[in-house]
Design a binder for this molecule. Structure first.
Ligand SMILES: [Zn+2]
Length: 325
């Protein structure tokens, strides 16, 4: 038995158009690189909207450290080029919110840092204004579906939360009939467990193992109704990540940020339909708030080995009934 919110988005006889809304350059490839590469390979049109240029990011290569916010503060232009290179490599079209404008929003840095008080900090952007800017890009792209973070911004970064809020508000303001489907990015807890086991079995010298509770985007398996599972897409994802060299180091199917904590490129990404009005999964499906509880069984979609649906399903003709609620 499949809930209506768990159905794929019907796309009538043409390539699908996907719009992924992210906070900083590199987020798109780290969080959704498999989905981007998979849909590009399927002939779909994939757009990535990046809300800030990641000015507050920590810089990994010593020779580029002078670009950082606490030195020359010139990381924006550099990361714009990294993003351009990554998107060209993976085959997606790159949009940056208010690209090239002095009104462009800026990376807010981690919660509580002084950069969050900057007048152009994205986390502090007035919601109406932020949503209107996102809506302009949605109108231009006319996507079948939009993907962004869950209500916790994946791992509670203020810019990621603002990205989720602005995207939801942009869609909520559209007439329902014209509104593309909205998906949040989630990881089933069983996948997160498997990834930690895999990392322990495949250590990279100099990198530490992840530990502690999972981020809030790790939820009960049953919440995650859709998935893109495509191990063949990892090569394209890793190649795109190589462009983000101020932020990411790649070693085979493992990568690390400036903290040198190993993370896996597992070739799979999970999603659930969101209600743009609430930012929560549709049909009252509430993810667990904290991701460190044992997996639940007997949930609303049956056992944890449930079939997950693809994001889109191509239908023969236009005008087939909207079955995804
Ligand atoms: Zn980010």
């Amino acid at each position: 038995m499949t809930l209506a919110s768990a159905a794929p988005v019907p796309v009538p006889g043409r390539p699908a158009r996907l719009l992924l809304v992210h906070a900083h350059p590199d987020d798109e490839t780290l969080a959704t690189g498999v989905t981007i590469a998979h849909h590009v390979a399927a002939g779909d049109e994939v757009h990535v909207l990046t809300c800030t240029l990641g000015e507050e990011g920590e810089v990994i290569p010593d020779e580029l450290a002078h670009l950082a916010a606490d030195r020359e503060d010139r990381l924006d232009a550099h990361r714009r080029e990294e993003l351009r290179g990554a998107m060209a490599s993976i085959g997606a079209r790159s949009h940056v919110l208010r690209d090239g404008s002095p009104e462009r929003w800026r990376d807010s840095g981690m919660a509580g840092s002084p950069s969050a008080a900057h007048p152009r900090a994205w986390a502090g952007a007035p919601l109406e204004e932020a949503a209107a800017a996102v809506r302009e890009v949605i109108a231009q792209v006319d996507p079948d579906l939009v993907i962004t973070y869950d209500q916790h911004g994946g791992y509670a970064h203020p810019d990621h939360i603002r990205t989720h809020e602005a995207t939801c508000a942009a869609l909520a303001a559209m007439p329902a009939a014209a509104r593309p489907a909205l998906f949040g990015i989630y990881t089933p807890r069983s996948w997160a467990d498997q990834d930690r086991d895999w990392l322990a079995a495949h250590p990279v010298p100099g990198w530490t193992q992840p530990e502690g509770p999972y981020p809030p985007s790790v939820v009960d398996d049953a919440v995650v109704t859709h998935a893109v599972v495509d191990p063949d897409a990892v090569a394209a994802q890793a190649a795109a990540l190589e462009h983000h060299r101020t932020q990411v180091t790649v070693a085979g199917e493992t990568y690390a940020l400036s903290n040198d904590v190993a993370a896996r490129l597992p070739g799979r990404e999970g999603f659930a339909r969101l209600d743009p009005g609430t930012g929560r999964p549709l049909a009252g499906d509430q993810p667990a708030e904290v991701g460190d509880r044992p997996a639940e069984t007997g949930d609303r979609l049956g056992d944890p080995g449930q079939e997950r649906q693809p994001l889109v399903q191509r239908t023969a003709t236009a005008g087939s009934p909207e079955s995804s609620g």
